[in-house]
Each structure stands twice: as structure tokens, then as C-alpha cells.
Design a protein around this ligand. Structure first.
Ligand code: SF4
Length: 248
């Protein structure tokens, strides 16, 4: 097992945040009626995707009945349906949906992680929980550093959480720190420790954003495609197509 595999195992055993440990395990015990026959994961959810990925997607935290049930990032909920569909459409995922950890889904050149690895009540980790979990993200970034060239951060919470982690992992993050915006691109200069990194902001794929049309599939594909290009990947389809087509 390589360093990232070992890190994923250590993350899965973490119990550093008492409130989140209690919540994730209570949800796993009580379950949602529709998933009564599932054995919930009920533990921290590690990152998912190749260990030499040039592109990283940073979310927020696992969903109580999604990743906290299936044990894999964005797997088993509506947010994941939107994200994996977009990744599939541009050629970075082997299938358009994600239902369980053993569904055979593989990602091409992209890894997905989050700044908080346990499902929080109301999808809202506290600042203290975010800070407690940050060393895991810093270690993951360290291990990805040799290949990592671009990152998509989903939502303002992830942005706030990730910027200090990039700084701790060896990148030069400007001060004052750049603000989050959908479509924002910030180029972190390379240092002696790390190659330059292109950072992209994207609205989170939450139901609140996707049901209201704040984030459309076209907008999501556009950011993912730009980031994939910056990472040296070759996404399917011309970028102009998503910029010009009606939202869908
Ligand atoms: S949120 Fe992070 S630090 Fe807190 S218990 Fe979960 S894995 Fe550990």
C-alpha cells in the first residue's frame, strides 16, 4: 500500500471530533427508511480516485445518507448524481452515476476529497471541526503534490478551508486571500517545494444550488473542463459548446 492508501486508512479510523463521531454513528444506527437494509459506513470518508491525479475536487463534507452510508465520496446522493454525470460527460469518470462503493466506478486523472471527512448535522461543520480535520487535507495535498496541477473547490466553505491547507502543504497562497466566486481562477505560484497550481471556484453541487438553477450542468461542466485542461488532461467536447449552449 502506498502513502495515500495508508492515509485513507488512517482517516477512516479518526475519532477526533466528538460531535461528528456521535452524529455519524447515530445516523448509521437509525438510518433512513429507504435504506433500512443497508449497513451504513458510519465512519470518516476518505478521498476517492487515482493516487497520481493531476486534478483534485474539494467538496465540503459527506452527506449523512450519501457518503456516510456508502463510504465513498459523493456516492449515493443527488449531489453525487450531478457531479459524476458531469465528470462522465467530459470523459473523467467511467460511468455517469455512483450508487455504492463496489459499483465499479473509476475516475480518470481526478481525485475527490473534502476538508471535513465526517458527516455533520445539517451539513454544517463548525469552524473548530474544520480546523481539526485540516491536517488530513494537508497530508493528502503533500502526497498528491508531485502530480497535482489544478483543483476545483466546490463552494465557499471548501474555499475557506482549503486555502490555508494549500499554504501549509507548500504552495504560495496570496494575502489577502482571494475571495471565492463561481468561475474564479487563482494561479498559485510554484515554490521550491511545489509546482504551480491552478485553483478554480465552483458553486457546490448541493441540491439547493442545482434544484434552483444557481448551478446548472453546463456551468459545472464548464469549470470542470477548464480545470481539467489546466491539469493537462484532455476532457471530451469543446469548451465553447458548454459556454454557448442553453443551460441544461
Ligand atoms: S471530521 Fe476529520 S478530524 Fe473530525 S473526526 Fe472526522 S476525520 Fe477526524
Amino acid at each position: 500500500m502506498d502513502g495515500l492508501g495508508e492515509l485513507d486508512e488512517r482517516i477512516s479510523g479518526c475519532r477526533a471530533c466528538p460531535r461528528l463521531v456521535e452524529w455519524r454513528e447515530e445516523v448509521a444506527r437509525t438510518k433512513r427508511a429507504a435504506f433500512a437494509d443497508w449497513t451504513y459506513w458510519g465512519r470518516p470518508v476518505p478521498g476517492f480516485g487515482p493516487h497520481d491525479a493531476p486534478l483534485l475536487i474539494v467538496g465540503l463534507a459527506p452527506a449523512a445518507h450519501g457518503a456516510n452510508r456508502t463510504g465513498r465520496m459523493f456516492t449515493g446522493d443527488r449531489s453525487g448524481d450531478v457531479l459524476y454525470r458531469a465528470l462522465y460527460d467530459i470523459g473523467l469518470a467511467s460511468r455517469p452515476d455512483a450508487v455504492s462503493a463496489d459499483d465499479g466506478l473509476t475516475l480518470h486523472g481526478v481525485r475527490i476529497t473534502s476538508p471535513v471527512h465526517c458527516a455533520p448535522p445539517a451539513n454544517k461543520p463548525t469552524p473548530a471541526e474544520r480546523d481539526t480535520c485540516r491536517p488530513w487535507l494537508v497530508q493528502e495535498l503533500h502526497l498528491l503534490r508531485p502530480t497535482l496541477r489544478a483543483v476545483v473547490v466546490l463552494g465557499g466553505f471548501g474555499w475557506q478551508a482549503a486555502l490555508p491547507a494549500f499554504a501549509e502543504a507548500g504552495w504560495a497562497v496570496p494575502r489577502p486571500r482571494p475571495a471565492f466566486a463561481h468561475g474564479a481562477r487563482v494561479d498559485l505560484e510554484g515554490t521550491e517545494e511545489a509546482e504551480a497550481l491552478a485553483l478554480f471556484g465552483c458553486f457546490h453541487v448541493s441540491q439547493r444550488n442545482t434544484f434552483t438553477g444557481r448551478l446548472t450542468p453546463r456551468m459545472l461542466r464548464g469549470v470542470l473542463r477548464d480545470a481539467a485542461g489546466a491539469a493537462g488532461l484532455h476532457p471530451f467536447g469543446p469548451a465553447q459548446e458548454d459556454r454557448d449552449a442553453p443551460a441544461s
